[in-house]
Design a protein around this ligand. Structure first.
Ligand code: HEM
Ligand code: NAG
Ligand code: NAG
Ligand code: NAG
Ligand code: NAG
Ligand code: NAG
Length: 278
């Protein structure tokens, strides 16, 4: 009965993963059937960002802790996470990130739990500082599209304006009002360019398949969550500030699910591998 025992072992030890998977499929199906949130009403009443009003932005001060993630830093800059970026419970990260960016809880739990594991802490009781997330090749990796490689810039909490401005200049799309907007192809092309540039200038360059997966997930957020509009991304990426009136582009009733995110992410990665076809 070896196979039965190992199958039981698989199910029991993988039970939380299984729950997350089933839960995610439920979110995806629910979102498919339920009407999306109305534009202008993605943030629930009483939540930070409701009615396009985000809490006051204060740029990070000397001694504040910041990560390589623009989305989490923006939350701290608006006081949605502690402004000093310190002693944040993983549980709070999971809940606050999910509420601020209209993400399904499956996603924010998985990422927060992964981060806790990476830092050797427990999800339920553990806390962290934003800069703790910058462990090189933990989550943070080379060839990012908002940060220089850690060999050149040891403080990964700081955005690199040169790299971000080149990303935004590459936008070829237009939104409904004719304003510049990034497309999947633009982002895929820029990721490919960053990989080439980083490889050329960084003798220690590395980018595992695992980190590619994270990289393209993150990059696809520029479109799925931030909406891709250049005028918004200037504030979000350069200042790590949520613009007045901005709300997440993903409007699903139960928030963006992992399953749906994976599809956009895959499109970006395939584009980055193939290069821009023109
Ligand atoms: C919930 C927990 C989250 C954690 C622990 C996390 C962590 C990170 C880390 C460590 C990086 C740096 C990776 C690199 O080296 O490029 C990163 C990048 C990024 N994250 Fe997050 N993140 C989280 C949530 C989010 C959310 C909700 C969004 C979108 C709204 C987001 C958008 C991004 C973007 C756009 C990048 C930049 C990628 C780049 O520079 O190449 N993250 N994140
Ligand atoms: C949560 O993290 C722990 C430690 O890294 C890991 O063993 C567990 O599988 C994770 N749970 C899920 C559902 O990802
Ligand atoms: C961003 O990428 C890093 C790894 O590159 C990953 O660990 C982190 O979870 C990603 N963020 C999200 C929200 O997926
Ligand atoms: C930003 O990145 C560029 C390109 O890698 C680099 O030349 C420049 O020194 C970086 N700027 C800062 C302030 O780190
Ligand atoms: C580059 O990698 C080598 C070998 O892994 C290591 O000894 C060296 O310290 C690294 N250099 C930098 C600047 O990280
Ligand atoms: C004990 C056990 O079977 N654990 C499995 C959980 O799932 C991962 C893959 O998702 C397997 O690699 C583990 O062996």
């Amino acid at each position: 009965m070896y196979s039965l025992a190992s199958a039981t072992g698989f199910i029991v030890t993988n039970i939380t993963r299984l729950i997350v998977l089933v839960w995610d499929i439920y979110l995806t199906l629910f979102n498919f059937i339920a009407p999306s949130k109305r534009p202008g009403h993605v943030m629930a009443q009483g939540q930070p960002g409701a009615g396009g009003k985000w809490p006051e932005y204060i740029a990070p001060q000397e001694g504040d802790s910041r990560s390589a993630c623009p989305a989490l830093n923006a939350m701290a800059n608006h006081g949605i996470l502690p402004r000093n970026g310190k002693n944040i419970p993983f549980k709070e990260l999971s809940q606050a990130a999910s509420a601020t960016y209209n993400f399904g809880e499956t996603f924010s739990f998985t990422v927060s739990n992964f981060s806790a594991g990476m830092l050797g802490k427990g999800f339920e009781r553990g806390t962290f500082n934003l800069a703790d997330l910058n462990v090189h090749n933990g989550i943070e990796h080379d060839a990012s599209i908002t940060r220089d490689d850690s060999v050149h810039q040891p403080d990964q909490g700081r955005p690199n304006a040169t790299i971000i401005e080149a990303l935004l200049k590459s936008a070829t799309g237009k939104d409904a009002y004719g304003n510049p907007q990034l497309t999947i192809e633009d982002v895929a092309w820029y990721m490919a360019k960053r990989r080439i540039d980083a490889k050329a200038s960084n003798p220690n360059y590395s980018l595992s398949l695992f980190h590619r997966a994270f990289g393209f997930t993150n990059t696809s957020f520029l479109l799925t969550v931030f909406g891709g509009r250049v005028s918004d991304l200037e504030k979000i990426l350069l200042e790590e500030r949520l613009p007045e009136g901005w709300e997440p582009a993903c409007k699903e009733q139960k928030g963006l699910s992992l399953s749906v995110l994976a599809v956009t992410a895959l499109k970006v990665e395939v584009g980055a591998i193939m290069g821009r076809s023109e």
